[in-house]
Design a protein around this ligand. Structure first.
Ligand code: SF4
Length: 391
């Protein structure tokens, strides 16, 4: 039985290829961590130390914590940590981390808002009654105020989560399931995110109905992972922070080119440069052809001729006024279809949308019975397309 986690499921949702690299092939990534993740870990360690010290009746000062943060930062930093935003240096991130801890300290001192039950608490979440589907997770800090429990999560992200997103968030809601199982006196479980970059708390909670719905949704997500056989890449802005980027087929070539002494001589670069140049010429030619067509038609009208002669070739101008029926985008299209059907013309003049059918077939939109019937008519075909875009 695989023990799942919120981040395992999220990785699958983000990019199936990344999931495969990380959890199936268990590949060791070239990029150790991104600076954002490193900074997040150091802030977590520092806030963990704060609450552990308090538990042992030691009251660290803000300076103690900042010293701890800086010394851990220096001890654990390696040059394999990736800084995506090249305009900033690691020192900028260290200063940010210090500000986060400092603001947090000033905000919550003397830290008597609630009783801390523990930090970095490992929880098991049983999603079904037989324990077939289970998750594990780590709660940054668990507090209680009598029968109200609080799941605290520290976030160092530079964007602030909205209340709407918090009310739908999966991770802390899953922890609420575990807390309700572990502590039977829990009348209420508050989910609290500390967005330390904004010195802000976002609070949410879930009803028992919402939690049982979440169990079912999470089981479905796990079932989807377990039945998955194809792990395609999914390019998004998150690729910039993916530790597998240098080996991913979407980006590998870029890394290779960056290492070349003369990138412009690399075979792939030469091919794409020529292809994009021709594509640009092609689009200019298409545009010019349209322009010439209009001018030849106008010329024919002016000269009252149906053929215009060049040195070697001639152009015949063909004109006809036709009746056009509504297209699918036309508001009266549905009504028109009904009339065509009533007139018993549908079978003879309608066309099957094979493209739409192929898409639905590929996306598993049919039940197995329909799929098996359609499968008999399907033949495998390799499609290769090139999409030109900015780097
Ligand atoms: S770089 Fe992007 S596409 Fe490639 S594995 Fe990572 S997330 Fe997926």
């Amino acid at each position: 039985m695989t023990l799942y986690s919120h981040s395992r499921i999220s990785t699958f949702e983000q990019c199936k290829l990344k999931f495969k690299y990380k959890y199936i092939d268990k590949l060791k990534p070239e990029i150790k961590a991104t600076v954002e993740a490193f900074m997040g870990s150091r802030v977590h360690d520092t806030l963990e130390k704060l609450y552990v010290d308090l538990k042992y009746q030691k009251n660290p000062t803000k300076e103690d914590l900042l010293e701890f943060l800086e010394s851990e930062w220096k001890k654990q930093w390696t040059d394999e940590i990736l800084i995506v935003k090249k305009e900033y240096a690691k020192e900028n991130y260290l200063d940010m981390a210090k500000k986060f801890v400092s603001d947090y300290y000033n905000h919550y001192k003397p830290f008597d808002q609630a009783t801390t039950i523990g930090t970095e608490i490992r929880v098991h979440i049983k999603l079904d009654e037989y324990g077939v589907y289970q998750l594990q997770g780590y709660i940054d800090r668990l507090d209680s105020k009598e029968e109200v429990y609080e799941v605290h999560d520290y976030k160092t992200a530079s964007t602030l989560m909205t209340q709407e997103y918090a009310d739908k968030d999966r991770q802390l809601a899953l922890y609420a399931i575990a807390i309700k199982e572990l502590y039977k006196d829990a009348k209420k479980v508050n989910l609290i995110w500390h967005y330390v970059a904004f010195d802000k708390e976002i609070i949410s909670e879930r009803t028992d109905e919402q939690l049982s719905e979440l169990r079912a949704i999470t089981i479905d997500a796990i079932k989807e992972i377990e039945s998955c056989r194809d792990f395609p890449s999914k390019v998004s802005t998150l690729c910039g922070w993916c530790e597998f980027k240098p080996m991913c087929p979407e980006w590998k070539h870029q890394y290779k080119v960056e290492k070349e002494k003369k990138p412009e001589d690399e075979d792939g670069v030469k091919l794409v440069d020529e292809y994009s140049k021709l594509k640009l010429e092609e689009s200019n030619i298409k545009h010019r052809l349209e322009e010439l067509k209009d001018r030849i038609v106008s010329f024919g009208e002016k000269e009252e001729v149906n053929s215009v002669f060049g040195s070697e070739q001639r152009v015949k101008i063909w004109k006809k006024e036709c009746d056009k029926f509504p297209k699918t985008t036309d508001p009266v299209f549905q009504k028109f279809v009904e009339i065509v059907k009533k007139l018993d013309l549908w079978n003879e003049f309608s066309r099957l949308d094979s493209f739409k059918l192929e898409k639905a077939f590929e996306n598993n939109e049919f039940n197995s019975e329909i799929k098996d019937i359609l499968k008999k008519f399907a033949r495998k075909e390799k499609i290769e397309r090139l999409y030109l875009g900015k780097k």
